[in-house]
Design a protein around this ligand. Structure first.
Ligand SMILES: C[S@@+](CC[C@H](N)C(=O)[O-])C[C@H]1O[C@@H](n2cnc3c(N)ncnc32)[C@H](O)[C@@H]1O
Length: 249
């Protein structure tokens, strides 16, 4: 049954059956000292990666063979620590197949204010108007499904396999009181390209529920977990608004 669960991801994932999930799609906390409702988003960089890996170990256990783990990541540029490289390497060492990387170009350079040493080579800051979407498979690259459950069109397929997606950042963050949502379009592309209708989608850092909303709208089953009760309530409300018959227990 579809679920949005307000709890710690690690504790909750331990209760999810092994080999039951088709696709994990998530955007973990960035460790940028952001103002989340319940989570303290500021940890020593290596400990941050280790904490995420504990959660991803559980995600891997829950995935079916051929299941996909898709993680939206950004380098922790503040401390010059490439967390996306550390995480990717560690996941490959755990036996996952790294099947590719999508560069999500956000085109939001205009907001840039931190230059480091302005107009001087002494210490300029690099800026990142893009994020990464790392895509892994468990055990095998192939994920089988019913032909009738494929919902990607020819044009979408041609567009999405180009690993360079230009998608504007989410504009509803104020409305939903969440500082770091990813856009519905990004989730739609990931789900249509890497999963079938009726697949089970898991997001262990579901926030205000962009993954679960799009999964719902695209006819996937879903489990979304977030530590914040306020975010989970918003996630449920977003689904109820799109389908008043949906019930949560
Ligand atoms: C980058 S946000 C995800 C936003 C989401 N993609 C969306 O569009 O709403 C990361 C989320 O992880 C949640 N979080 C942090 N630590 C957690 C934990 N241990 N267990 C569950 N959720 C956690 C935070 O509350 C935050 O909402």
């Amino acid at each position: 049954m579809n679920q949005i669960i307000c709890a710690d991801a690690l504790t909750t994932l331990k209760q999810v059956k092994s080999n039951s999930v088709d696709i994990v799609l998530t955007s973990p906390p960035y460790n940028f000292d952001m103002n989340y409702d319940e989570h303290n988003d500021k940890d020593e960089s290596h400990r941050y990666v280790d904490t995420l890996l504990e959660i991803f170990d559980e995600c891997i256990r829950t995935l079916k063979d051929g299941g996909r783990l898709i993680i939206n990541m950004q380098p922790n540029y503040k401390e010059y620590f490439p967390s996306h490289h550390y995480l990717t390497t560690a996941l490959i060492e755990r036996g996952l197949i790294w099947r590719g990387e999508i560069v999500w170009l956000k085109n939001n350079l205009k907001k840039l204010t931190a230059w480091g040493s302005w107009m001087s080579p002494s210490c300029p800051y690099l800026s990142y108007p893009f994020e990464f979407i790392e895509v892994f498979s468990k055990t095998t690259l192939k994920h089988s499904g019913e032909k009738d459950n494929i919902d990607i069109t020819k044009d979408e397929f041609i567009k999405y396999v180009n690993g360079h997606w230009t998608i504007a950042p989410e504009t509803k963050m104020k409305e939903f009181s969440h500082p770091a949502m990813f856009p519905e379009e990004l989730v739609k592309r990931c789900l249509r390209l890497f999963s079938y209708k009726d697949d089970l989608v898991l997001d262990p850092f579901n926030g205000v529920g962009t993954t679960t909303l799009v999964a719902h709208n695209l006819g996937r089953r879903y489990i979304g977990i977030d530590i914040s009760e306020a975010y989970c309530n918003t996630a449920k409300q977003r689904i109820i608004s799109s389908n008043p018959l949906e019930k949560f227990f």
